[in-house]
Design a protein around this ligand. Sequence first.
Ligand code: SAH
Length: 192
Amino acid sequence: MTDERLVSFFRSLDRSRFMEESYQDLAGIDAAFPIRCGQTISQPSLVLYMTDKLRLDHTCSVLEIGTGSGYQTAFLAHFARWVHTVERISELSQLARSRLTELGYRNISYKTGDGSSGWIEHAPYDRIIVTAAPRFMPDDLTDQLAPNGIMILPLGKRGRQRLLRIERSAEGIITNTHLLDVAFVDLVGKYC
Ligand code: SAH
């Protein structure tokens, strides 16, 4: 995947389709906005940044924790082979599924529940992305990362969150890189 392909996909995807009606006019603004159930749709520049750092290709199986509006999921489904996405709020999961199905995506599996422990049935994953912040490192997710796998996640409590890239080498060695300071909603579940 190249930056150019990512930017061109970003331009082709109508973000307003993932937003509540009252915010749709603001879809072109680079900010997070409220969606239902007290959650948010992520800021587009951060979606682009996180997708880029995942270094996706069409062989990748991806696990996403925090489907939310489904906006980030569309990027994953476009550049990867298969996406397994987990959302704890059933209403959001169903809404995201209907939007993404309408847009033609057929390479996504949806699950409602606590994603802090991953989705063991389909593990290991080449890539994992978490779009809500756990307080503590979710070891269950790291365990589900394949050799040569990459996980991007925000970690820490509000006001002190860091976006991290976790990599597992072919030999199984885990390394951890601090990318940015960020502000995500809290992950609710085992690692909060
Ligand atoms: N990338 C999404 C961001 C949604 S906000 C978008 O752009 O729309 C983060 C989402 O994570 C919320 O929908 C929240 O309900 C969900 N979430 C929080 N804790 C979770 C958990 N333990 N398992 C699965 N989803 C969770």
